[in-house]
Design a protein around this ligand. Structure first.
Ligand code: TRP
Length: 339
Protein backbone atom coordinates (compact mmCIF):
# COMPACT_ATOMS: atom_id res chain seq x y z
CA UNK A 1 0.00 0.00 0.00
CA UNK A 2 1.09 3.51 -0.71
CA UNK A 3 2.75 4.40 2.54
CA UNK A 4 4.93 7.40 1.83
CA UNK A 5 8.70 7.48 2.20
CA UNK A 6 8.35 8.48 5.85
CA UNK A 7 5.70 5.82 6.40
CA UNK A 8 3.01 8.42 6.90
CA UNK A 9 -0.53 7.93 5.68
CA UNK A 10 -1.53 9.97 2.70
CA UNK A 11 -4.68 12.07 3.00
CA UNK A 12 -6.49 14.01 0.31
CA UNK A 13 -8.84 16.75 1.40
CA UNK A 14 -10.86 19.02 -0.81
CA UNK A 15 -13.45 21.78 -0.91
CA UNK A 16 -15.35 23.45 -3.67
CA UNK A 17 -14.99 27.15 -4.44
CA UNK A 18 -18.69 27.93 -4.20
CA UNK A 19 -18.59 31.71 -4.49
CA UNK A 20 -17.66 34.87 -2.64
CA UNK A 21 -17.43 34.75 1.11
CA UNK A 22 -15.93 31.30 0.69
CA UNK A 23 -15.84 29.07 3.76
CA UNK A 24 -18.02 29.33 6.86
CA UNK A 25 -17.41 28.46 10.49
CA UNK A 26 -19.02 25.05 9.93
CA UNK A 27 -16.21 24.29 7.47
CA UNK A 28 -13.71 25.79 9.90
CA UNK A 29 -14.75 23.75 12.96
CA UNK A 30 -16.02 20.67 11.13
CA UNK A 31 -13.12 20.25 8.70
CA UNK A 32 -10.25 22.72 8.67
CA UNK A 33 -9.32 22.34 12.35
CA UNK A 34 -9.12 18.62 11.77
CA UNK A 35 -6.86 19.12 8.74
CA UNK A 36 -4.58 21.43 10.69
CA UNK A 37 -4.11 18.69 13.28
CA UNK A 38 -3.39 16.12 10.61
CA UNK A 39 -0.80 18.11 8.68
CA UNK A 40 1.99 17.08 11.07
CA UNK A 41 1.22 13.37 11.31
CA UNK A 42 0.16 12.61 7.76
CA UNK A 43 1.06 13.53 4.21
CA UNK A 44 -1.83 15.88 3.64
CA UNK A 45 -2.83 17.42 0.31
CA UNK A 46 -5.32 20.30 0.37
CA UNK A 47 -7.13 20.56 -2.93
CA UNK A 48 -9.51 23.25 -4.14
CA UNK A 49 -11.80 21.49 -6.58
CA UNK A 50 -12.61 24.16 -9.14
CA UNK A 51 -13.75 21.78 -11.88
CA UNK A 52 -16.41 20.44 -9.51
CA UNK A 53 -17.68 23.98 -9.12
CA UNK A 54 -18.35 24.03 -12.87
CA UNK A 55 -21.08 21.42 -12.39
CA UNK A 56 -23.25 24.22 -11.05
CA UNK A 57 -21.36 27.45 -11.83
CA UNK A 58 -20.59 26.80 -15.50
CA UNK A 59 -22.15 30.10 -16.58
CA UNK A 60 -19.76 32.07 -14.40
CA UNK A 61 -16.62 30.08 -15.04
CA UNK A 62 -14.54 33.25 -15.09
CA UNK A 63 -15.36 33.96 -11.45
CA UNK A 64 -14.20 30.61 -10.14
CA UNK A 65 -10.50 31.46 -9.95
CA UNK A 66 -11.25 34.37 -7.63
CA UNK A 67 -13.22 32.00 -5.37
CA UNK A 68 -10.26 29.61 -5.39
CA UNK A 69 -8.02 32.34 -4.01
CA UNK A 70 -10.52 32.97 -1.23
CA UNK A 71 -10.71 29.30 -0.32
CA UNK A 72 -6.91 29.09 -0.30
CA UNK A 73 -6.79 32.12 2.01
CA UNK A 74 -9.32 30.45 4.29
CA UNK A 75 -7.27 27.24 4.44
CA UNK A 76 -4.09 29.09 5.33
CA UNK A 77 -5.75 31.53 7.73
CA UNK A 78 -7.21 28.54 9.58
CA UNK A 79 -3.70 27.22 10.13
CA UNK A 80 -2.79 25.07 7.15
CA UNK A 81 0.91 25.54 6.48
CA UNK A 82 1.38 25.16 2.72
CA UNK A 83 4.98 24.11 3.27
CA UNK A 84 3.75 21.04 5.12
CA UNK A 85 0.53 20.40 3.23
CA UNK A 86 0.47 21.46 -0.42
CA UNK A 87 -2.47 23.78 -1.14
CA UNK A 88 -3.41 23.55 -4.80
CA UNK A 89 -6.14 24.01 -7.37
CA UNK A 90 -7.46 20.91 -9.14
CA UNK A 91 -7.39 22.46 -12.63
CA UNK A 92 -3.68 23.18 -12.26
CA UNK A 93 -2.92 19.46 -12.08
CA UNK A 94 -4.23 18.16 -15.43
CA UNK A 95 -3.76 14.54 -14.39
CA UNK A 96 -7.11 14.87 -12.57
CA UNK A 97 -8.74 15.11 -16.01
CA UNK A 98 -6.90 12.13 -17.47
CA UNK A 99 -7.71 9.86 -14.55
CA UNK A 100 -11.31 11.04 -14.56
CA UNK A 101 -11.64 10.07 -18.20
CA UNK A 102 -10.19 6.61 -17.65
CA UNK A 103 -12.32 5.98 -14.55
CA UNK A 104 -15.44 7.18 -16.36
CA UNK A 105 -15.09 4.21 -18.72
CA UNK A 106 -15.33 1.66 -15.92
CA UNK A 107 -18.00 3.41 -13.85
CA UNK A 108 -21.49 1.96 -14.41
CA UNK A 109 -24.12 4.60 -15.09
CA UNK A 110 -26.37 3.11 -12.41
CA UNK A 111 -23.87 3.91 -9.65
CA UNK A 112 -23.95 7.59 -10.60
CA UNK A 113 -27.71 7.81 -11.11
CA UNK A 114 -28.30 6.43 -7.62
CA UNK A 115 -26.25 9.07 -5.76
CA UNK A 116 -28.64 11.08 -3.56
CA UNK A 117 -26.94 14.44 -4.15
CA UNK A 118 -27.31 13.93 -7.91
CA UNK A 119 -30.99 13.15 -7.58
CA UNK A 120 -31.50 16.24 -5.42
CA UNK A 121 -29.70 18.57 -7.79
CA UNK A 122 -31.47 17.08 -10.81
CA UNK A 123 -34.89 17.49 -9.20
CA UNK A 124 -34.05 21.05 -8.20
CA UNK A 125 -32.91 21.98 -11.70
CA UNK A 126 -35.84 20.30 -13.38
CA UNK A 127 -38.32 21.98 -11.06
CA UNK A 128 -36.94 25.39 -12.03
CA UNK A 129 -37.82 24.40 -15.59
CA UNK A 130 -35.82 27.21 -17.07
CA UNK A 131 -34.84 26.19 -20.57
CA UNK A 132 -31.13 26.80 -20.06
CA UNK A 133 -30.92 24.91 -16.76
CA UNK A 134 -30.49 21.36 -17.97
CA UNK A 135 -28.67 18.66 -16.08
CA UNK A 136 -25.24 18.16 -17.61
CA UNK A 137 -23.17 15.08 -18.27
CA UNK A 138 -20.60 16.66 -15.92
CA UNK A 139 -23.04 16.86 -13.02
CA UNK A 140 -23.81 13.17 -13.34
CA UNK A 141 -20.07 12.47 -13.38
CA UNK A 142 -19.38 14.54 -10.27
CA UNK A 143 -18.63 11.50 -8.04
CA UNK A 144 -16.40 10.02 -10.72
CA UNK A 145 -14.34 13.22 -10.83
CA UNK A 146 -14.18 13.14 -7.03
CA UNK A 147 -12.95 9.54 -7.19
CA UNK A 148 -10.23 10.68 -9.60
CA UNK A 149 -9.20 13.44 -7.14
CA UNK A 150 -8.77 10.91 -4.38
CA UNK A 151 -7.32 7.97 -6.28
CA UNK A 152 -4.84 10.19 -8.15
CA UNK A 153 -2.95 10.53 -4.86
CA UNK A 154 -3.51 6.91 -3.90
CA UNK A 155 -4.89 8.39 -0.69
CA UNK A 156 -5.60 6.14 2.30
CA UNK A 157 -8.17 8.45 3.75
CA UNK A 158 -10.35 11.44 3.04
CA UNK A 159 -11.48 13.70 5.88
CA UNK A 160 -15.11 14.15 4.94
CA UNK A 161 -18.34 14.07 6.89
CA UNK A 162 -21.52 12.07 6.59
CA UNK A 163 -22.84 14.11 3.69
CA UNK A 164 -20.00 12.74 1.56
CA UNK A 165 -20.50 9.08 2.48
CA UNK A 166 -22.15 8.18 -0.83
CA UNK A 167 -19.39 9.87 -2.83
CA UNK A 168 -16.70 8.10 -0.88
CA UNK A 169 -18.44 4.77 -1.31
CA UNK A 170 -18.38 5.24 -5.09
CA UNK A 171 -14.68 6.11 -4.92
CA UNK A 172 -14.07 2.81 -3.14
CA UNK A 173 -16.19 0.89 -5.62
CA UNK A 174 -14.34 2.44 -8.56
CA UNK A 175 -10.98 1.65 -6.91
CA UNK A 176 -12.05 -1.97 -6.40
CA UNK A 177 -13.28 -2.27 -9.94
CA UNK A 178 -10.07 -0.83 -11.37
CA UNK A 179 -7.89 -3.09 -9.21
CA UNK A 180 -9.97 -6.09 -10.23
CA UNK A 181 -9.76 -5.30 -13.96
CA UNK A 182 -6.17 -4.15 -14.27
CA UNK A 183 -4.31 -5.13 -11.11
CA UNK A 184 -3.80 -3.57 -7.71
CA UNK A 185 -3.01 0.13 -8.05
CA UNK A 186 -5.31 1.93 -5.61
CA UNK A 187 -5.79 1.60 -1.87
CA UNK A 188 -9.48 1.87 -0.93
CA UNK A 189 -9.89 5.31 0.61
CA UNK A 190 -11.50 5.46 4.04
CA UNK A 191 -13.46 8.29 5.57
CA UNK A 192 -11.47 9.95 8.31
CA UNK A 193 -13.21 12.23 10.77
CA UNK A 194 -11.83 13.04 14.17
CA UNK A 195 -14.12 12.21 17.08
CA UNK A 196 -13.65 15.67 18.52
CA UNK A 197 -14.96 17.32 15.36
CA UNK A 198 -17.66 19.83 16.20
CA UNK A 199 -21.00 19.93 14.46
CA UNK A 200 -21.97 23.53 13.86
CA UNK A 201 -25.63 24.41 13.54
CA UNK A 202 -26.64 27.19 11.14
CA UNK A 203 -28.34 30.34 12.44
CA UNK A 204 -31.77 28.80 11.78
CA UNK A 205 -30.99 25.48 13.49
CA UNK A 206 -30.50 23.49 10.28
CA UNK A 207 -27.04 22.32 9.25
CA UNK A 208 -24.85 25.33 8.45
CA UNK A 209 -24.71 25.63 4.69
CA UNK A 210 -24.01 28.40 2.26
CA UNK A 211 -27.03 27.45 0.19
CA UNK A 212 -29.40 27.74 3.17
CA UNK A 213 -28.29 31.32 3.83
CA UNK A 214 -27.74 30.46 7.50
CA UNK A 215 -23.95 30.66 7.69
CA UNK A 216 -21.39 32.79 9.47
CA UNK A 217 -18.43 33.14 7.13
CA UNK A 218 -14.79 33.22 8.09
CA UNK A 219 -14.64 36.47 6.13
CA UNK A 220 -17.59 38.13 7.93
CA UNK A 221 -16.75 41.40 9.70
CA UNK A 222 -17.31 41.79 13.44
CA UNK A 223 -20.49 43.74 12.66
CA UNK A 224 -21.81 41.09 10.32
CA UNK A 225 -21.19 38.44 12.95
CA UNK A 226 -23.07 40.55 15.51
CA UNK A 227 -26.01 41.09 13.19
CA UNK A 228 -26.25 37.41 12.31
CA UNK A 229 -26.03 36.20 15.91
CA UNK A 230 -28.69 38.73 16.96
CA UNK A 231 -31.01 37.14 14.39
CA UNK A 232 -30.23 33.53 15.33
CA UNK A 233 -32.91 31.08 16.50
CA UNK A 234 -33.08 30.34 20.23
CA UNK A 235 -35.55 28.29 22.28
CA UNK A 236 -38.95 29.10 20.73
CA UNK A 237 -40.82 28.73 24.02
CA UNK A 238 -38.48 31.12 25.83
CA UNK A 239 -40.27 34.43 25.35
CA UNK A 240 -39.07 36.10 28.55
CA UNK A 241 -35.82 36.02 30.45
CA UNK A 242 -37.48 33.98 33.21
CA UNK A 243 -38.77 31.26 30.86
CA UNK A 244 -36.58 28.14 30.94
CA UNK A 245 -34.34 27.62 27.91
CA UNK A 246 -33.41 24.34 26.24
CA UNK A 247 -29.69 24.74 25.45
CA UNK A 248 -29.50 21.42 23.59
CA UNK A 249 -31.74 22.77 20.86
CA UNK A 250 -30.71 26.43 20.93
CA UNK A 251 -28.31 27.59 18.22
CA UNK A 252 -26.76 30.29 20.39
CA UNK A 253 -26.10 27.83 23.24
CA UNK A 254 -24.65 25.27 20.85
CA UNK A 255 -22.24 27.78 19.35
CA UNK A 256 -21.29 28.88 22.87
CA UNK A 257 -20.38 25.30 23.72
CA UNK A 258 -18.03 25.05 20.74
CA UNK A 259 -16.37 28.42 21.24
CA UNK A 260 -16.31 28.51 25.05
CA UNK A 261 -15.73 24.89 26.05
CA UNK A 262 -14.75 25.83 29.60
CA UNK A 263 -17.26 28.51 30.44
CA UNK A 264 -20.39 27.41 28.62
CA UNK A 265 -21.79 25.22 31.44
CA UNK A 266 -22.64 28.10 33.76
CA UNK A 267 -24.44 29.93 30.99
CA UNK A 268 -26.38 26.77 30.10
CA UNK A 269 -27.43 26.28 33.75
CA UNK A 270 -28.61 29.87 33.98
CA UNK A 271 -30.47 29.48 30.69
CA UNK A 272 -32.27 26.36 31.91
CA UNK A 273 -33.13 28.01 35.20
CA UNK A 274 -34.61 31.07 33.52
CA UNK A 275 -31.90 33.26 35.01
CA UNK A 276 -30.66 34.79 31.80
CA UNK A 277 -32.21 36.17 28.66
CA UNK A 278 -31.38 35.29 25.09
CA UNK A 279 -30.14 38.79 24.34
CA UNK A 280 -27.49 38.49 27.03
CA UNK A 281 -26.48 35.08 25.65
CA UNK A 282 -26.26 36.52 22.16
CA UNK A 283 -24.15 39.50 23.25
CA UNK A 284 -21.71 37.23 25.05
CA UNK A 285 -21.51 34.86 22.11
CA UNK A 286 -20.75 37.76 19.75
CA UNK A 287 -17.78 38.74 21.94
CA UNK A 288 -16.48 35.19 22.11
CA UNK A 289 -16.93 34.49 18.40
CA UNK A 290 -15.30 37.71 17.34
CA UNK A 291 -12.29 37.23 19.57
CA UNK A 292 -11.72 33.79 18.01
CA UNK A 293 -12.40 34.92 14.46
CA UNK A 294 -10.53 38.24 14.49
CA UNK A 295 -6.99 36.81 14.12
CA UNK A 296 -8.24 34.49 11.36
CA UNK A 297 -9.93 37.40 9.57
CA UNK A 298 -6.79 39.50 9.84
CA UNK A 299 -4.59 36.75 8.47
CA UNK A 300 -7.06 36.08 5.67
CA UNK A 301 -7.00 39.74 4.61
CA UNK A 302 -3.20 39.83 4.63
CA UNK A 303 -3.04 36.72 2.47
CA UNK A 304 -5.54 38.08 -0.04
CA UNK A 305 -3.74 41.43 -0.17
CA UNK A 306 -0.62 39.74 -1.50
CA UNK A 307 -1.96 38.14 -4.65
CA UNK A 308 1.44 37.41 -6.15
CA UNK A 309 2.54 35.47 -3.08
CA UNK A 310 -0.74 33.56 -2.89
CA UNK A 311 -0.52 32.56 -6.55
CA UNK A 312 3.06 31.46 -5.96
CA UNK A 313 1.93 29.27 -3.06
CA UNK A 314 -0.72 27.67 -5.29
CA UNK A 315 1.75 27.06 -8.08
CA UNK A 316 4.21 25.47 -5.69
CA UNK A 317 1.37 23.35 -4.25
CA UNK A 318 0.34 22.22 -7.75
CA UNK A 319 3.95 21.32 -8.59
CA UNK A 320 4.22 19.12 -5.51
CA UNK A 321 0.81 17.55 -6.01
CA UNK A 322 1.67 16.86 -9.64
CA UNK A 323 4.74 14.88 -8.62
CA UNK A 324 2.55 12.43 -6.73
CA UNK A 325 -0.06 12.49 -9.52
CA UNK A 326 2.46 11.69 -12.26
CA UNK A 327 3.71 8.66 -10.31
CA UNK A 328 0.17 7.33 -10.01
CA UNK A 329 -0.62 7.97 -13.67
CA UNK A 330 2.46 6.01 -14.71
CA UNK A 331 1.17 3.09 -12.66
CA UNK A 332 -2.32 3.47 -14.10
CA UNK A 333 -1.18 3.62 -17.73
CA UNK A 334 1.12 0.70 -17.28
CA UNK A 335 -1.56 -1.38 -15.53
CA UNK A 336 -3.96 -0.69 -18.40
CA UNK A 337 -1.35 -1.33 -21.08
CA UNK A 338 -0.99 2.22 -22.38
CA UNK A 339 2.47 3.56 -23.25
N1 TRP B 1 -17.79 16.68 -2.94
C1 TRP B 1 -16.97 17.36 -1.99
C2 TRP B 1 -17.84 18.33 -1.20
O1 TRP B 1 -18.85 18.79 -1.70
C3 TRP B 1 -15.86 18.14 -2.67
C4 TRP B 1 -14.80 17.26 -3.22
C5 TRP B 1 -14.49 17.04 -4.52
C6 TRP B 1 -13.88 16.50 -2.45
N2 TRP B 1 -13.42 16.23 -4.63
C7 TRP B 1 -13.02 15.87 -3.39
C8 TRP B 1 -13.68 16.30 -1.07
C9 TRP B 1 -11.99 15.04 -2.96
C10 TRP B 1 -12.66 15.47 -0.66
C11 TRP B 1 -11.83 14.84 -1.59
O2 TRP B 1 -17.49 18.66 -0.10
Amino acid sequence: MAETSQGRKRILSGMQPTGTGALHIGNLEGALRNWVQMQDETELYCCIVDWHALTTRYAEANKIWESCLEVAADYIAAGIDPKKAPVFVQSQVKEHAELHLLLSMITPLGWLERVPSFKEKRDLMESKAEGDESVSYGLLGYPCLQAADILLYRAHAVPVGKDQAAHLEISREIARRFNHLYGEVFPEPKSHISETTAVIPGLDGRKMSKSYGNAIFMADSADEVAKKVMGAFTTPTKMRKTDPGVPESCVVCQLRKVYDPEGYKTSWDEDRAGERGCVQSKRELIEILNSTLEPIRKRRREILDDRAELERILKDGADRAREAAVTTMNMVRSAMGFK
